[in-house]
Design a protein around this ligand. Structure first.
Ligand code: HEC
Ligand code: HEC
Length: 401
């Protein structure tokens, strides 16, 4: 069901690789090859409950406390946009489980992204990043897109690599932190290290303190209400099928972790659209098809994690569903029907739809139970955890204008 023909696919990622090349090439990198990494660092303690998998850490970017701290500073630093109005956190807000509450992202120059901002919670576990790009697999590479991408402009730094590095060099906190995070480098303030540090920070943003986690990992029999327990049975039932695509500890089927033996990469058409009965999705949001051009990839998107789902409305890649109740109506109907307008069509008859989306009947009480179960995935501690919050407000360094 995931027959991706990647040979025809390279449009997006090649642009990214070129970008990485040029970005890395103009940051005053005359120092030659990287010095050898210091002796293998002690395994990073992610502080997770027993049984909760650990994220994979790439060999080229080992974890360290200084690097994570640097990454947190950068994530919240508005100097990372061309006009210094936005940081990563502008579209990934902690109080909304690192989303932005909008149907689609709005960049620093006002350009509207075709898709909605995604939670960065648990991104260290994902086998592919973003809504529908099978080739985007590394956080270090993904961060270049919002920084330097031009379709659409997000942070708007294309061609301004030196401006950014100049800004960063002037900040006393960075003057101390970059060398600590990248010891032994003659000139550590460079783009490749910016994205490494942000990647290391993002890998620490893990949700493991929801009621579900207390029930599942903490052995707390009272963590879930009766309604949540009934909802759990439905969620994991063959009638609703949710768990096939939103299963496992991360409630998603595109997951890998430290020690996992194979990587799952799955994309599904859930029958959200069926323009004119052709199976088509709206222009710019045609899922994996945008990359491969293969018709059966039309409308295929990654199943996002359902952790903290009550906080990340509106839903779906284009924010076109407002509430969880309407999401359940969509699945119960086996696809969404849009009666009129440019997107009219009967989603349940989309020829490319996953066979797992076949519809079901749910009483109002059952529906409420499923939503109650989804509420059990909300991690309140994450939303106020100082390890993930804006560091520039804690001191008066004036970093985040
Ligand atoms: C203008 C709003 C905006 C800004 C600024 C922004 N993002 Fe995003 N982010 C998005 C959108 C929209 C997506 C989905 C992109 C897609 O599917 O094409 C996304 C996706 C992601 C993902 C993938 C998550 C997943 O589940 O696969 C990560 C990681 C991420 N962003 C990190 C960052 C980082 C790091 C920065 C700063 C360097 C940043 N973002 C800046 C809007 C934004
Ligand atoms: C065939 C795989 C599949 C099944 C089965 C499935 N989903 Fe999904 N789910 C997805 C995909 C793919 C998306 C993203 C679709 C898009 O944006 O076009 C999604 C999106 C969602 C979203 C919105 C997530 C967000 O961040 O916007 C929710 C909520 C959701 N699903 C809940 C459920 C529930 C509840 C069930 C069971 C009734 C279910 N899903 C069954 C694949 C699936």
């Amino acid at each position: 069901m995931t027959n991706l023909t990647l040979s025809t696919a390279a449009r997006g990622p090649i642009a990214v690789l070129l970008l990485f090349g040029s970005a890395a090439g103009c940051g005053g990198e005359g120092e030659g090859p990287l010095p050898p990494e210091p002796p293998a660092p002690a395994a990073w303690d992610f502080g997770l409950p027993a049984g909760y998998p650990k994220p994979k850490v790439p060999e080229e970017n080992p974890m360290s406390a200084d690097k994570v701290e640097l990454g947190r500073r950068l994530f919240y630093d508005k100097r990372l946009s061309g006009n210094e109005t936005q940081s990563c956190a502008s579209c990934h807000e902690q109080k909304l489980a690192f989303t932005d509450g909008r149907p689609s992202g709005i960049g620093s120059t006002g350009e509207v992204h075709p898709r909605g901002s995604m939670s960065i919670v648990n991104v260290g576990y994902l086998s592919t990043l973003t809504w529908a790009n099978p080739l985007m697999t590394e956080l270090e590479e993904q961060a270049l897109l919002p920084l330097f991408g031009e379709t659409p402009v997000e942070l708007g730094l294309a061609g301004k690599e030196d401006v950014l590095l100049e800004r960063l060099r002037k900040e006393p906190i960075y003057e101390a932190l970059f060398p600590k995070a990248f010891p032994g480098e003659a000139d550590p303030v460079r783009i490749s290290n910016v994205v490494r540090a942000i990647g290391a920070f993002q890998r620490t943003v893990i949700s493991y303190r929801s009621a579900w986690d207390r029930h599942n990992y903490g052995g707390d029999a009272k963590a879930l209400t009766d309604a949540q327990k009934r909802g759990k049975e439905l969620f994991f039932s063959e009638k609703l099928e949710c768990f096939h695509c939103h299963g496992g500890f991360n409630f998603s089927d595109s997951v890998e972790h430290d020690g996992s033996t194979f990587t799952e990469t799955m994309f599904h058409n859930t029958g959200l659209y069926n323009l004119g009965g052709t199976g088509a999705y709206p222009e710019e949001n045609r899922g994996v098809y945008e990359i491969t051009g293969v018709s059966t990839d039309m409308g295929r998107f990654r199943a996002p994690t359902l952790r903290n789902i009550t906080l990340t409305a509106p839903y779906m890649h284009d924010g076109s569903i407002t509430t969880l109740s309407e999401v359940l109506d969509h699945y119960a109907a086996g696809g969404r029907t849009i009666a009129d307008g440019p997107n009219a069509g009967v989603g349940s008859q989309n020829p490319y739809k996953s066979e797992l989306i076949s519809g079901f009947l749910l009483t109002e009480e059952e529906k409420a139970d499923v939503i109650a179960f989804l509420e059990a995935l909300t991690d309140e501690a994450l939303l106020v955890d100082p390890r993930f919050s804006d560091p520039w407000t804690e001191d008066d360094a004036g970093g985040s204008p």
